[in-house]
Design a protein around this ligand. Structure first.
Ligand code: SF4
Ligand code: SF4
Length: 280
């Protein structure tokens, strides 16, 4: 049975896929997106202990050099994640796939599906495969929210029990993608085509940051390469306005796109054949 480091479980979410869903955020990410709005999910705790004295309720303890978290004492003040300089959090729970499924089942009558997010949840493919296999026995929908950095072709067993993938495509141009995330995008684009070919590309997402990359070119290129697959199955294109909430201080100075720019992006996707477009 596989385990994962779980940052949080939202028992009912209406923004992580269709309907009411359990949303599970796994810890750790291999990109460094400038506009990441939950930067504390990026890295694993290195037990430096800086955050322990900052906890007002003693929910954190130094246990022989390892930070220990007592969830029942936590008031969610976020002092610890604000103190942490490593893009980590001490509020991690390590669960097996069975334990995770049991947590999901606590709200079974109220949800129609489960979404894995992060961090980058594809860093835990075997764990997700086990959880989703159990979910399918209960007829729950299964979605993955991914940055596309892990080759889906190597995880066909996981795809068999996954209804669809919500894929971030941060920028189409390789160098611009590095500028946004510190990493190239060869595998992201390969994944987009591979998933579209198999009818598993539920949604693509691009965060529009006008000063960071050429969003018009990105939306144009992405919607053009995916348009041949639209006849086979619907692909939603979610165009997300940059917002500074939760973003690290050093990256809060970008400006938000204005309405005209967002509509321009939408019109480009429409011109290339997309008709399910969400602006947020
Ligand atoms: S969020 Fe919880 S663990 Fe972190 S400092 Fe506040 S009370 Fe302590
Ligand atoms: S969460 Fe961050 S500050 Fe707290 S012990 Fe871990 S690395 Fe140090």
């Amino acid at each position: 049975m596989f385990c994962a480091d779980i940052n949080k479980i939202i028992p009912f979410s209406s923004v992580d896929g269709p309907g009411n869903r359990a949303a599970i955020f796994l810890q750790g990410c291999n990109f460094n997106c400038r506009y990441c709005h939950n930067p504390e999910t990026r890295n694993h705790c290195i037990n430096c202990m800086d955050c322990v004295p900052g906890c007002p309720t003693n929910a954190l303890k130094n246990n022989n050099g390892k930070v220990e978290f007592y969830p029942e004492k936590c008031i969610g003040c976020d002092n610890c994640i604000n103190i942490c300089k490593y893009g980590a959090t001490p509020r991690i729970v390590r669960l097996t796939s069975r334990e995770t499924f049991e947590k999901i089942c606590e709200n079974l009558p109220f949800i129609r599906g489960v979404t894995f997010s992060g961090g980058e949840c594809m860093l835990y493919p075997d764990f997700m495969r086990e959880v989703f296999s159990l979910c399918k026995e209960k007829n729950l929908g299964t979605l993955i929210d991914s940055n596309g950095s892990v080759d889906f072709k190597k995880h066909l067993g996981l795809l068999e029990v996954t209804d669809g993938v919500m894929l971030d495509i941060k920028a189409y141009d390789f160098d611009e993608h590095i500028k946004v995330t510190d990493k190239g995008n060869d595998i992201v684009l390969k994944n987009a085509l591979f998933l579209a070919e198999r009818g598993k590309l539920f949604e693509i997402r691009t965060v529009i940051v006008p000063e960071l990359f050429d969003f018009r070119k990105t939306v144009d290129d992405i919607s053009r390469i995916l348009s041949p697959y639209l006849e086979r199955s619907n692909i939603r294109y979610k165009l997300i306005s940059y917002r500074e909430n939760g973003v690290r201080k050093e990256y809060r100075n970008y400006r938000m796109p204005n309405e005209k720019e967002l509509n321009e992006a939408k019109d480009i996707a429409v011109k290339n054949g997309f008709n399910d477009i969400v602006l947020i």
